[in-house]
Design a protein around this ligand. Structure first.
Ligand SMILES: [Zn+2]
Length: 167
């Protein structure tokens, strides 16, 4: 059924490239060619259509993003719509989220101690009082406060200090 999967795409919007990562990242995954364009100053990586990744896919990604950073050493990079699986990988594997990259939106896994429901919810990093908001999520079923369904280190990337590269 591989043919019916969404394809990744790399589009240019003004001086930004937008990479939409889609489907299953494995050894057969083909990332788009990186164009040579002196206008490019930013890369958005959107994980919304991403499904899953294996260790070969991790290597493919690291190769691609390294090549991007070598081609555009001054460009800023932002990750958007990161699912739980992607956050888990960049928490584990140094360089998956490139140094200086900014995570703009990401999912957090929750568990309800009351009804045992699990749910992943998306947050934007610029949400005011993000810590408090994440700590006060309520279950859709009965309104109980949800528990983080991950180790506390899951959210460390949020507080690991300013990641913007000084210009
Ligand atoms: Zn519940």
């Amino acid at each position: 059924m591989k043919g019916s999967l969404p394809m990744n795409s790399l589009t240019k919007e003004n001086n930004q490239l937008v990479l939409r990562v889609a489907g299953f990242l494995d050894e057969a995954y083909e990332f788009p060619e990186i164009p040579l364009d002196p206008e490019i100053s930013h890369l958005d990586v959107d994980w919304q259509q991403f499904k899953s990744i294996n260790s070969m896919g991790v290597l493919q990604w690291m190769k691609w993003i390294r090549r991007f950073s070598e081609t555009y050493p001054e460009a800023s990079i932002a990750f958007q719509n990161c699912p739980v699986s992607v956050v888990n990988i960049f928490n584990l594997i140094d360089g998956f989220l490139p140094r200086g990259a900014h995570v703009e939106s990401f999912e957090v896994p929750f568990f309800c101690d009351h009804c045992e429901a699990t749910t992943d919810r998306m947050f934007a990093i610029d949400t005011p009082e993000l810590n408090r908001v994440i700590g006060n999520q309520k279950c859709e079923n009965e309104g109980a406060i949800l528990t983080l369904d991950a180790s506390p280190s899951y959210l460390h990337f949020l507080w690991s200090g300013p990641k913007k590269i000084a210009s």
